[in-house]
Every structure is written in C-alpha cells, then in structure tokens.
Design a protein around this ligand. Sequence first.
Ligand SMILES: [Fe+2]
Length: 702
Amino acid sequence: MFVEFPLPRVSLDPMITSLHSITLLLLCVAHVGTLAQNVPQSFDRRALHESPQSRRTEVTMVEERLRPFYHGVASGDPLSDRVIIWTRVTPQGGDTLIPVAYAVATDTTFTNVVARGVTSASVNRDFTVKVDVDGLQAGTAYYYVFSAYNRSSLIGRTRTLSDGQQAHARLAVVSCANYPSGYFNAYAGIARRNDLDAVLHLGDYIYEYDADSTSYGGATGIALKRQHEPINEIVTLSDYRIRYSQYRLDADLRRLHQQHPMIHVWDDHESANDAYTDGAQNHQPNEGSWSIRKAVSKRVCYEWMPTREQPDSVLYRRFVLGNLVDLFMLDTRLDGRDIQVEGVSSNASQASKDSLNDPTRKIMSEKQFIWLTQGLSSSTTTWRLLGNQVMFTPVEVNPIDTAYLFANIGPIFSLFLRPQLPTLQQTFELGFRGDVWTNYPAQRNRLLESLRNDNVRNLLVATGDFHCAFAFEYPVQTPFAQSTLPVEFITPSISAPNFDETLSTVSAVRSIVPAIIGTIDTTLRGLNQHLKWHDIIHHGYEILDITPERAQCDWFFYDSILVRPSPERWVRSYVTQLNQSKLSSVSTVANGKLQQDVPAPLDPPSTILRVDDTPPSCVTILGYGPVPADHVMSISYVVSAPVMVSYVITDTRGVIVRTSTAALEHGMRSLVVEMTDLTQGMYTITVTSPCGIQHVPLVVRR
Ligand SMILES: [Fe+2]
C-alpha cells in the first residue's frame, strides 16, 4: 500500500490536530507528499518591541496619535464596587520607572471624577500599568484615563457589576483569536455594541506559534501582512511580551478593550498547545523547562491582561451579577490537569480505556473542584454560568456517515479513501474525545453527581476552544435527571482556523472539502440528538442574554476574516427556560438592554486631562528577591507620599502566618522581610495601601 500514517504531531489546536491528521491523510491520498515540520527560528525582536515607531506599520498598526499609550487602555474583572483598569506606557530613552496618573469619572469630560491617583510603569512589568479602582457604585458605567510624559491615553469605558436585584445580564462570549489567520472583525463588532455588561474571553487570546508559512495560519498571515511577532515560536519572557504587544496593537482588539470590561481565562495557547500541569504537546525538551515556560506565560498574561491577580497565580475566580447570575471562571488547563489520553477511539486498547477511566485523573485540581462544587451548591442566584475552556458535553462520532462521504467525493477519491476509513474514524473520535471534558470522565461525573445531589439547577456552560458553534443539551443518562443537567453554548473562533480552512490548506483535495464538511455535519446530526445546532466553518461570537425567566444565546457570524471590515450577521438563537435544562430555537435575537452608555471617544482627549493634581498616598512595588530565599527577602518600592500599609503573609492554604503594619516614608525604599520563623514552602505577602492591594510571592528554601 502506498499510504503510511505516521501522523506527525505538529503544533496545532486540539481539535485542529485531528483535522490536521485528516489533512495529512488526504495528502497521502492525493500523492502530494507531507507538510513540512515547523522549524523554530531564533530572532530577537526585542528592539522592535521597545521602539514601536520603528515597526512595520502594516503589521502592527502603531498609531502616533496614541503615543506613548500605543496599546490603548483596558478594563476587566468588574465587581460591584471595583474594577481593574490597565494601560501600557512605551518608555522613552532608557526610562525604567515612569510616573503614571489616572482618573475615573462618570462622564467622558471628566467633570465628575470619582477616583484618581498616581502609580508607575516599571520595567519589571514590561511598563504595563494595572490599578484596582475601588469605592465605585454598583451597576454603573465609568470612564477612565491615564497620563504620562505629559500626554493622555485614550479614554476607556467600563462598568461595575450590579448588586442586588438585576433584571437583565448581557455578555459577549469570545475565544481563539489567531493573529495571522485573519482580521479580528468580531472584536470590532463587539466594540461597537452598546448593550453589554462585560466580555467573557474563554482563552486563546494569543497563539504561541511561529510566523512560518507552514505554521498555524502562517500562509494567510504572509498574504495579509499579519505575520506573528516575534517570528519564532514564543518561549522566553521577551517572546511572550512581544506577542501580547503585537496583539494589543491590533486596532479592533484595542477598541474592544477600550469600550468594555473583559473577564478572561487562559486556555492552552496563552502558554502552549494542549497544555496541562506538567507539560504541553507543543513544548519540546529543547525549549527548556516547562515549569519555567509556564510561569513565564502566566506572568506575562497577568502583566498584559486586566485581570485581578490572586495569590499563587491562581486564575479561577467567581463573579456575581446581582441576584441573577453566578459566574465561575474555570482554569481547566494549568491548575491540576493531567495529560490527556490519546487512545480514546472505540477500538482503543484496554490499557488506554483503563487509563481514561482512572478515577484519579483530573482536568482541574481538587482544590479548584471543591471551590467549584461548593460554590455551585451554595449559589443563590437564579442562574449559574461556567466560563469554561474545553467542550463539556459528550459527542458521538462513531460511525462516521460513510454513505454521505462516498456519495459526494467521486469514484477516484473513494478508491483511495476507502482503505483508510479506520484511520479516519479514529481521527474523528480523537477530535471529539481528546482535549475535552470527555477525556476526564471521573471528574466530570463527580461534578454531575454534585449537581444532582445538591439539586443545582439552571446551569449554563459557556465554552471556547473548539473554533465552532454548538448548542448542546446534556444527554440524559441514568442516573442524572434532566433537571440538574447543564446546557452548553460553544462560541466560534474569532479567527483561528476551523474545519474548512484547515482542510483547504491541501490544494490537491480542496475540491472534496465540502463533502468532508458535509460528512462531519451529517455524522454529528445523526448520532447526537442532544446537539441542537452546530456550524463548523464560520467565525464570530456569541451574545449570552439572561433574564430571570430565560437564558438566550445569539450567534453572530462574519462573512470573511480576510477583509476588514466584513458584515456581521445574526445566524441563530437558542433559549433555555428556567428549570427546563432544554433548548429551543427562537427566531429573533434577544432585545438589547435598555440602559445604553455613551461610548468612549475614539480619539484621545485633545487637551491633557489634569488627573494628577492631588494624588493620594500610593505604594508601588518595583521588585523583590531573592526567589527563593533562605532567611531574608527584600521588597523595593516607591511611595508617593507618607502612608500606612499593612502586610499579611499567607501560606498556600490561605492561612495567615504573620501580620504587621508599617509607616512608609516618601521616596524609593526597600523593606527587608525576615523569614527565620517560616518553614520551607511558598507564601504570599499581601501589601495593602490606600491605593490598592499588591501581592508578592515568597518562596522559602533551606
Ligand atoms: Fe483555539
């Protein structure tokens, strides 16, 4: 036989990895050879990062009018009384510490300022600035601005969550934006909306791949002049920072951040493809230590995203939208996840099946699992919502619809493809059972049991990762009754390739791509009654619209991601009524919220906003070390005016092991923390001052 199936694992998304296997299979069928392996290239683009004016503007869209805030502004993690505001200051000359003023107001002209202060952009955090502004009113729109180097940033708009009664919640749901694959038209559409409480980003905010033409979206990136920067796969601290910088220079993403608060969780590509606690499919031994790369990716994500930072870099967290929605943002990637089992097909070995069903295998740490199940059980809101990375609902794709396939690919392709059916079948099964909750049945079933035992109802699951749109009821299986089962809405990708784009990379088989897409469609429809609707070829986003009576998901698609702009169109809506756990199609989009906030202006203010007249006392931590340390650690900081601060040291369980207060003088100082009374292990120092809370990791090793 002429066909061999080494099925090399190249750097692709989980589902796309399987698609790529299909592509390779088709390549073999078509006698056109194999795809080239990605070759990591080393090229330090750090200099470009630090001097954005010198960048190729067609790629990075640096706009001089925004200087020195080229990356715009952002806000995120809103609570009822506070929200994170963010910016980045591009340094001039050799500056390593830049004073930055900020103000928050209820109007775009800043006549009613409710908070202001001074902080700094330091080289230690790549000149990113993050402030947790508190003392705000619930359910209220605010505008914020930064100033540095005698210039103002764009004005951002944000919104706090409601407190108490809430009649209407409305969230945009997005995931999977691969820069070289196309324009972020869906981000632009969301930026134009005026009816959102927040944007949920379910991960793959960046992709880690290189800029090679054979890489993920690489050829399209070359055609569109949207190649990844740096051009190598990102591995180092500098690499990850440059990649975030590139994405944040995209005008559509910048506008989205300017207009709406974002609640983000990482999926795998914020670190590397198919990441889990102890490794990743796309991390190789010659790329250094995984634990270091993982820590670097987390660090840079926290630098660049408007996310509230928690001790030990824990990302999973909870948001309460009044009495209406309890939102649990999960981390199913880097917090306790075991490596996925690859042998998941119906003819997998018994050893693989035993491994798959190992009761100790986890998709999240036990600590997170307990946090989730206890939180769901004690939740008192009308609805519960999971911000989830990988597909939760089980899907059957065995057997594939060969009748449809062979009726539509013609005799020549049929002749060559028939012998490969077992491999094709196996590939499909891995695609839908590999990198998903189904690969972790023990913990998924424990979660379902917890829902049943505690009578947790009205659970919605919002999922990303798969690059396609799905509307799922959960299949009713003994012993789980319908009433406590979730419904799941999966959002399409912003731009990362889906089925047709990946398959079409092989020109020799492009003519049968519609037949393969049709086969996947008919297979899914024929074997999954609980799958109410799906689309595997379009890009866009979801609107999740929730009232006390029902939760509705509206899908919006874009005609193209290869031109900018592209028309947005509503395509489908599904609704679940209270206590039903069932989905039904509806023929119109949900009505927008009545309260419409004034959008933030598209241009920075023409005059410098005086936001730094009366800065409050403020502490900025500049650095700390050594890490680990044995007996003492130093924390260097800047204090803008004399201030009292408190220090709390907690261990990894959250137990307080020391508290103290200190009066800090004006200027740049350092604090020496004695640790002779601490046992070996990891701790967190929480520094609380009038301008916010900051965390410093402390590692004691003797
Ligand atoms: Fe993705």
